[in-house]
Ligand binder design. Structure first.
Ligand SMILES: [Zn+2]
Length: 428
């Protein structure tokens, strides 16, 4: 097996150290390690993190291979520093049976760039009416632990209760896309000053917050755990903070774009800014950053949502909702959280690797950077500055809101069980 010596990297942003990889495992972490028989990567000034874990990725296969495939999506993930992603269930067919989740899981293993852990649908066809075969998906080769109708809300309280009861038996989790459907009929953007001025249908914060409030109470009642996808409002933060203070087993995620972008951008009518949940206000952005820093929000998840050009390059009302995010997430997090002093790199590692792996009960990922652990690692050059160029994306889609924007940081190397999937910023 090949040995690789990463020399002089700041492990989790700390003092420079050497990290020796032997085969699939970290053999040693220390100073002045011998490079004998090893390929050396000079990493002075770079930060070494555990491989990132995304709890919320749309890989689109099966069914929408024109936007992304498991192969192109996992290539994009590797370039962004991810070593494991959870693939959302809103594919065609929907991942609501053991057969479909096993297909996605197998495609992930064949890709070799990044581990793919399928998310199972909560309800048949994401229709919100009948529980899907949660047990069969869990017991399949894919070993599904996370269930979500993401893209749609499990809005029926009885179905949500049953799902929470069901997954409790095997320590699974329901990840809720919190969107009260009646309150968001015809909604095109955040409800507020800007939507009123533009005359676009508003998406009120209460549509998200009312579902979160209900679901933390249901989780408490059932004694199960619940995860809230893509929190986007200051009020949602308050509810999660309250629930955690009561000892309710709730976890929450925020996307990179909700940490940076606001609904003011919708004034451009550029559909690249159309996303679900919608971009909110500056006050919401600041509350989300603070909540991520103080641990109220547990993780950053990309909600990577690739769309082909024809679904985005059209008028606002007709455009699909969503943004790609795998290849820019770490840069946005550095820009909004690290460079602002809100979070150190150890905090980033916790929120982008350890915590998501823990919520997904994912083995072999989110582990400490220490001897004996699987060599799932990400090397970042935080001093790098460059404009985002979607032409260089590995993703099949280009719908990024950051085109031309200068963002800090670049993933130089990614290692999946000791194999370099990215070398010097390029796919290996
Ligand atoms: Zn969603």
């Amino acid at each position: 097996m090949t040995k690789i010596l990463i020399r002089g990297a700041k492990v989790l942003g700390g003092e420079p150290q050497d990290v020796l990889i032997d085969g699939e495992t970290i053999e040693a972490v220390g100073s002045d390690l011998s490079a004998e028989g090893a390929q050396v990567i000079e990493a002075e000034g770079q930060v070494l993190l555990p491989g990132l874990v995304d709890l919320h990725t749309h890989l689109r296969e099966p069914g929408r291979e024109d936007s992304e495939t498991v192969l192109t999506g996992t290539k994009a993930a590797a370039k962004g520093g991810w070593t494991a992603v959870h693939a959302m269930a809103n594919t065609f067919p929907v991942a609501d049976t053991a057969g479909v989740v096993e297909q996605v899981w197998r495609l992930g293993r064949e890709s070799g760039y990044c581990d793919v852990q399928p998310v199972g649908a909560v309800t048949v066809g994401l229709e919100g009416k009948q529980l899907a075969e949660l047990g069969a998906m869990h017991e399949s080769a894919a070993g599904v632990m996370v269930f979500s109708d993401d893209g749609k809300c499990v809005d029926d309280a009885v179905i949500m209760r049953r799902a929470l009861e069901y997954v409790k038996a095997f320590d699974g989790v329901v990840a809720q896309h919190a969107q009260e459907p009646r309150l968001t009929e015809g909604a095109q953007m955040n409800e507020g000053v800007v939507s009123a001025e533009l005359g676009l249908g508003g998406w009120p914060a209460v549509a998200e917050e009312s579902i979160i409030a209900r679901d933390v109470l249901l989780a408490e009642h059932v004694g199960s755990r619940v995860h809230i996808c893509h929190l986007s409002t200051a009020g949602s933060v308050e509810i999660v903070r309250w629930a955690k203070s009561k000892g309710i087993d709730v976890t929450a995620e925020v996307t990179p774009h909700h940490l940076l972008l606001t609904d003011e951008l919708v004034r451009s009518y550029n559909p690249v800014y159309k996303v679900n949940p919608p971009l909110r206000t500056e006050a919401d952005v600041m509350a989300l950053r603070e909540a991520l820093a103080d641990g109220t929000i547990d993780i950053i998840a990309t909600d990577h949502a690739p769309h082909p050009r024809e679904d985005k390059d059209c008028e606002w009302a007709a455009a699909a909702m969503g943004m790609v995010g795998l290849e820019t997430a770490l840069s946005v997090v550095q820009h909004t959280m690290v460079d602002t002093g809100l979070l150190d790199w150890a905090g980033v590692a916790e929120r982008m690797s350890a915590n998501p792996a823990k919520i997904g009960r994912l083995n072999g990922h989110g582990r400490p950077v220490s001897a004996g652990e699987p060599a799932n690692l990400t090397l970042v050059d935080p001093a790098y500055r460059g404009a985002v160029d979607p032409a260089g994306f590995a993703s099949r889609s280009r719908n990024t809101p950051y085109e031309g924007r200068e963002l800090p940081g670049r993933v130089t190397h990614t290692f999946l069980r000791g194999r370099a999937t990215v070398v010097d910023g390029k796919l290996a």
